[in-house]
Design a protein around this ligand. Structure first.
Ligand code: LLP
Length: 384
């Protein structure tokens, strides 16, 4: 990143910087590993919805996973084919559902019986038919029988297996929707691949149940969740997609002609983005010193919201290292990026890089304190 220091010094901070070369390398790896098994990847637009990023992802032939009507429209704008767009979300509005139906998207990931009924009603009004996948609550015990017991946690996401018979009954009465698949998502930033093995085992059991009901599913959607290495972003800049997909290839029993889909967000874009910010002041406290920078949680909320760790580097300085609390200008005490960060000796106007911010960084910015919307620059473009 230091190679770009001259460019960075000409740009108004704070801004997001995207290493498009790294995005390419990441996409090459995802594609190569998914193609080995014929798996389909939908990029989770919620992680980063910038057009140049979406357009590059599209070039590799992936689809998208959207959670709002605007994400569906943005995907179309970036050139994704409607038949490769999945639309999830626990609270879709009528307008958003209509956008999906009118554009003949791949499938709605549906989370409740009322939602199935509303989708059917809107499809009927539009004189269309649409595909749905059922998002199943993964909080199920690893035993087929227990899926239909009442001891399961209520959860905002997904449909519980114990409600499945009712869902199938309702589905039979809905003539404008077709059940094509089932969908799961067990969480995000998962680094223990064994969790995905457990997911495979659950899906196998659930598939048996559907087979007993004589229902054929065209596709399984295993969601996203593969984590990235926030501690060592330079050493591990491309996640281990080979091991990830191999787990599913080895443990998930697909039925003949059944297709396996994924919704990866963070693992695709997380490492290619950094937040670049300038040091405004170095302030000496009683026991500490603070590097006060011109970005705050308005530009990257992950540390304040999830106590998330991001690597931080002073790319302007070659002075001996010292410790700093790296803090922002927002009038809230949670507005710090990390405490006791070891940085090269820091002074006013140095450029600080906060790394691994490509996913859930720029998309989660706000204008609190009337902050100026943050800009984005891309390594493969002329940046002025
Ligand atoms: N599919 C569904 C249904 C999801 O809810 C999510 C993420 C994904 C796919 C993509 O997951 P990924 O591959 O990116 O882990 N803002 C938080 C993360 C929220 C994740 C929400 N759902 C953060 O900054 O860590």
């Amino acid at each position: 990143m230091k190679n770009y220091l001259d460019t960075f010094n000409t740009l108004k901070t704070p801004f997001y910087w995207y290493d498009m070369d790294l995005l390419d390398r990441t996409l090459i790896s995802v594609k190569q590993e998914a193609d080995k098994y014929g798996f389909h990847v939908h990029y989770a637009v919620k992680a980063n919805a910038n057009l140049p990023i979406l357009e590059k992802i599209r070039e590799y032939g992936f689809g998208t996973d959207c959670v709002s009507g605007n994400e569906v429209l943005r995907s179309l704008e970036a050139g994704f084919k409607p038949k490769e767009i999945a639309f999830a979300g626990v609270g879709k509005t009528d307008e958003e559902i209509a956008i999906g139906i009118e554009n003949d998207i791949f499938s709605f990931n549906v989370e409740s019986i009322p939602e199935l009924e509303v989708i059917n009603e809107i499809a009927a009004k539009l004189g269309k038919s649409t595909n749905v996948s059922l998002r199943l609550n993964p909080n199920v015990a690893a035993n087929t029988h227990e899926y239909i017991t009442t001891g399961l946690n209520e959860n905002k996401f997904g449909i519980n297996m114990m409600d499945m018979e009712e869902v199938l009954k309702v589905l039979k009465t809905l003539s404008h929707i077709k059940l094509t698949g089932i969908h799961f998502h067990i969480g995000s930033q998962i680094t223990d691949l064994n969790d995905f093995k457990k997911l495979c085992e659950r899906i196998n059991q659930i598939q048996d149940w559907f087979e007993e009901q004589d229902i054929k599913l065209e596709h399984i959607n295993a969601g996203g969740g593969l984590g990235i290495d926030y501690q060592n972003p330079d050493e591990n800049s491309v996640p281990d997609f080979a091991s990830y997909f191999k787990i599913f290839a080895e443990h998930l029993k697909l039925r003949p002609n059944q297709q396996l889909h994924f919704e990866l967000g963070r693992s695709i874009v997380g490492q290619c983005g950094s937040l670049l910010t300038k040091v405004l002041y170095v302030k000496k406290g009683v026991q500490k010193q603070f590097a006060i920078v011109d970005a705050g949680f308005t530009e990257l909320i992950r540390p304040a919201l999830y106590q998330a760790y991001h690597e931080i580097e002073n790319i302007s300085s070659t002075l001996p290292e010292e410790k700093y609390d790296v803090v922002g200008p927002i009038c809230e005490s949670t507005d710090f990026f990390r405490k006791d960060v070891t940085l090269a000796g820091t002074k006013r106007n140095d450029i600080i890089a906060i790394k691994s911010a490509g996913a859930y960084g720029q998309v989660m910015t706000s204008q609190y304190n009337l902050r100026t919307p943050v800009k984005a620059y891309y390594s493969d473009k002329q940046n002025k």
